[in-house]
Write a protein that binds this ligand. Structure first.
Ligand SMILES: [Zn+2]
Length: 340
């Protein structure tokens, strides 16, 4: 019976992929774009801000969007249902175009599980730039931004599904490359036109963080439109705290059962500095990594929250981190700041 159900879902997906076009509803203030259309902010609920429902990291750029959908559904549907039973209502999916983004599959998974999935526009500039399409090297930021803005205005690839944020990335451990900076400029133009927040894989690359800070100022975009993705890798806490004080979002997104103490320490630090309202928590998990076993995204609920409660964090603090902060960080609105 189960296998028939999966085949049915796969057929529906193929069919929808080819024929169905939703009307391009426009998003209202205080609404979020999900794979099933816009929802009011009150419906966002407990939110994971950086996960991958699936991705094909490691595969060739031309093969990242190819999945065995039967196996994918068999693995990911029960897992998303399990997450839902842990209280998760929404998740921001960080798999970009050319890196394995498949809107039709995200939509089917969301429909089958009731989890709200928010997808992105943008390109993934880490992994030595291997997931950046060739045309981006020749194009100027305006041309690149035009494609992302079109996804926001008209929906992605004829599906009617609109992105809920901009995902970008800088390579770690090397000076920021010309292409990563150019994509960031395209992201800033997209923000100014759409109000979508920029989530930028930066990790411990402080030089990349500085370049981004300078470009945000140059384009007159406020720090609160920017998420420092993988900030959990930053070695110098002071840099993170300073950026949070300026309004940036600090994404501690690598929670695992094996690193709870490390996260707890960081959360205590942010709480002591009254900056818990600038922190995003997630796992950077993956439901179907390269077609393999799930990289789980549940340790926040099974391990971190119990540890937080034992260490003086209130229900209110937890709600702040998992409900209010994601809602505020990803709110669709243009955030301008002083131009330099
Ligand atoms: Zn990720």
């Amino acid at each position: 019976m189960k296998i028939f159900k999966l085949i049915f879902v796969a057929l529906v997906v193929t069919c929808c992929h080819q024929n169905e076009k939703q009307s391009g509803e426009s998003v209202h203030p205080n609404q979020f774009n999900t794979a099933q259309g816009p929802v009011d902010e009150a419906a966002l609920g407990i939110t994971l801000s950086h996960e991958h429902v699936m991705s094909n990291f490691g595969k060739d750029i031309g093969e990242t969007a190819v999945y065995d959908s039967i196996r994918l559904f068999e693995q990911v549907i029960p897992y998303l249902k399990e997450l839902k039973s842990l209280g998760v209502a929404s998740l921001f999916d960080c798999t970009t175009e050319y890196f394995g983004r498949r809107i039709d599959l995200l939509k089917a998974l969301s429909e089958a599980t009731g989890i709200q999935i928010i997808t992105n526009t943008g390109f993934y500039g880490a992994a030595d730039d291997r997931y950046i399409p060739d045309f981006a090297y020749q194009a100027n930021p305006e041309t690149i931004a035009a494609g992302w803005i079109k996804e926001f205005e008209q929906g992605i690839q004829g599906t009617g599904v609109k992105p809920g944020f901009i995902k970008l990335a800088f390579d770690e451990g090397k000076p920021p490359s010309e292409i990563d900076s150019k994509l960031f400029e395209a992201g800033l133009l997209t923000h100014l036109s759409t109000g979508l927040t920029l989530a930028v894989h930066t990790g411990n690359n402080l030089e990349a963080a500085k370049v981004q800070e300078a470009l945000l100022n140059q384009y007159g975009v406020d720090a609160s439109a920017w998420i420092w993705t993988h900030a959990n890798k930053v070695e110098d806490d002071r840099v993170m705290l300073e950026r949070a004080r300026q309004g940036a979002w600090i994404s501690l997104d690598g929670v695992k059962t094996s690193n709870i103490d490390e996260y707890l320490k960081r959360l205590v630090l942010f709480k002591e500095h009254n900056l818990l309202n600038k922190v995003l928590l997630s796992h950077d998990g993956n439901g179907f990594p390269g077609g393999g076993e799930i990289r789980k995204f549940e340790a926040i609920f099974t391990h971190l929250i119990p540890a937080m409660k034992e260490n003086g964090f209130s229900e209110e603090d937890i709600r702040q981190l998992l409900v209010e902060n994601p809602r505020e960080a990803f709110k669709i609105r243009t955030r301008t700041g002083p131009t330099s």
